[in-house]
Structure formats: structure tokens, C-alpha cells
Design a protein around this ligand. Structure first.
Ligand SMILES: NC(=O)c1ccc[n+]([C@@H]2O[C@H](COP(=O)([O-])OP(=O)(O)OC[C@H]3O[C@@H](n4cnc5c(N)ncnc54)[C@H](OP(=O)(O)O)[C@@H]3O)[C@@H](O)[C@H]2O)c1
Length: 230
């Protein structure tokens, strides 16, 4: 996979999948622009990466501002990978309504806001790539997964609608749907699971690398399960 010459923005870049994605895309030659929630760099940023800290992607002004800065600093923007997101397990009975709002803001609003902010730059570049991160768990929600699954189902529908909207304008929009990523947090939460069945973050990042590459130019509107052996 050769991504040389491409400038790719990655949201949630200081999280587990975000860091892996930055490392894999950079390894394939891309210049990565890291949109981090935390203010200070983690120290794991690939060499040559652009780092933008303290960015809350629920805020339209922050998203627009950072996309403008990327184009000013790197000269162009070729793709956006929306990794920012998160999980909360809570049953409806006795649960807080706020969790539904929080999951919506974290998983869907951040993706919508980032897409809207990146779009003028991708169109100006004559085309580009958007990759969202949904979740396999959104297909059939188990108990306690309602708010999370609803927000990730929203990410899937955003992907399909935006792919259709942009299909004649050179921008592909796809989503990967991970099952369970092999993260320290998941190992803590599910200590008896067989971690080898989960998806290594770098393996999910390689699917993203394909989707942002020229080789994937005919793929748009796809919701791609990245399930490992779960
Ligand atoms: N882990 C899994 O098994 C799994 C399975 C299916 C799908 N996914 C999806 O994969 C993605 C990455 O997961 P992960 O495990 O790598 O999660 P993670 O380590 O928690 O990373 C998520 C990142 O998003 C950032 N973020 C949160 N709110 C934000 C905001 N308002 N604006 C900008 N950034 C914000 C977080 O920053 P802070 O920590 O500073 O808030 C964090 O750096 C998520 O979308 C997740 O839903 C994960």
C-alpha cells in the first residue's frame, strides 16, 4: 500500500486505535495530521506527524479551525479517518438518559462535525477519502448496549448517506465495523476472554489503510465488518 503524498487527518488519535492508525498510515508513507482530545502529545506520534491537541470534535468551530490549520500547515487534505468515539454499557432500567446523549455526542456528532469540516477541503483537492469507525455491535444490540449501538448505527447511516451524496464528486465514504479490539481496557473489562480471538488494532488500521488508498477507489458506502475471530 503506497500512501506517499497523501495528507490524512485522524480523529481520536491519542486513543488505542487512533495511535495504531497513525502509525500504520505513516508507515505506508502518508503524512498524518493527528486530532487529539488531550492537549499534550503522548510521545507516541510518528515522526513527521502534525499534532493538534485539545480539540473537542463535538464543537463545529474547533473542527473547522483544525481542518483549516491542517491545510495551512500541510498544503492539502486528502482524507479523514473518524476514530474518535467510545463505549458505555448501561441498562435502560435505572439508567440515565444522559448516557444516550453522551453516546450520540461522542460517536455520531463527532463524526458528523468532522465530516462537515473536512468536506470543503476534500472537494477543493478534487476528491478524497472518508473512513468512519462504526461497530459490529450496532447490528444487533444486546442488553446494556442500546445507547452505544444506536449511536454507532447512526455512524453507519451517516456513512451510507454521505457516500451517496458524494458519489459523483470523487470522495469515497466507508466504515469499518470492529467487533472487539485487543485493547488494555478490554483486557481489564473481560479478563477471562481469549484475547487472541480479538482484532489487533494494527490489523484494523490496515483495513483503514486500504480504504484510503487508490486501490479502494471503487469502494464507497461499504460497512466492513472487522471481526477477527469473535
Ligand atoms: N475498543 C473496541 O473494542 C471497539 C469496538 C468497536 C468499535 N470501537 C470504536 O473504535 C474507536 C476507537 O476505539 P478505542 O478503543 O481506540 O477508543 P479510545 O482508546 O477510547 O480512543 C478514543 C479517542 O477518542 C477521543 N475522544 C473522545 N471524545 C472526543 C471528543 N469530543 N473530541 C475529540 N476526541 C474525542 C478520546 O479522547 P479522551 O480519551 O481524551 O476522551 C480518545 O483518544 C471508537 O470509535 C470506538 O467506539 C472500538
Amino acid at each position: 500500500m503506497n500512501l506517499t503524498g497523501k495528507v490524512l487527518a485522524i480523529t481520536g488519535s491519542d486513543g488505542v486505535l487512533g495511535q495504531s492508525t497513525a502509525s500504520v498510515l505513516s508507515g505506508h508513507g502518508a503524512r498524518v495530521a493527528l486530532l487529539a482530545h488531550a492537549k499534550t502529545p503522548s510521545g507516541a506520534e510518528p515522526a513527521g506527524a502534525l499534532h493538534y491537541g485539545g480539540i473537542d470534535l463535538t464543537m463545529e468551530d474547533a473542527a473547522r479551525g483544525v481542518m483549516d490549520r491542517i491545510v495551512k500547515d500541510a498544503g492539502r487534505l486528502d482524507g479523514l479517518i473518524n476514530v474518535a468515539g467510545g463505549f458505555r454499557w448501561e441498562k435502560l432500567e435505572g439508567g440515565a438518559l444522559d448516557v444516550w446523549d453522551a453516546m450520540y455526542r461522542l460517536n455520531l456528532r463527532t463524526a458528523v462535525v468532522s465530516c462537515q469540516a473536512a468536506l470543503p477541503h476534500l472537494l477543493r483537492a478534487g476528491g478524497g477519502r472518508i473512513v468512519n469507525v462504526g461497530a459490529m455491535g450496532a447490528a444487533k444490540a444486546a442488553a446494556g448496549m442500546g445507547a452505544y449501538a444506536a449511536s454507532k448505527a447512526g455512524v453507519a447511516k451517516l456513512t451510507e448517506a454521505l457516500a451517496d451524496e458524494l458519489k459523483d464528486r470523487g470522495i469515497t465514504v466507508n466504515a469499518i465495523l470492529p467487533s472487539t479490539l485487543d485493547t488494555p481496557r478490554n483486557r481489564l473489562d473481560m479478563p477471562t476472554a481469549d484475547f487472541s480471538r480479538w482484532v489487533a488494532p494494527a490489523a484494523a488500521a490496515e483495513v483503514i489503510a486500504f480504504l484510503v488508498s487508490d486501490a479502494a477507489r471503487a469502494v464507497t458506502g461499504a460497512l466492513i465488518p472487522v471481526a477477527g475471530r469473535v
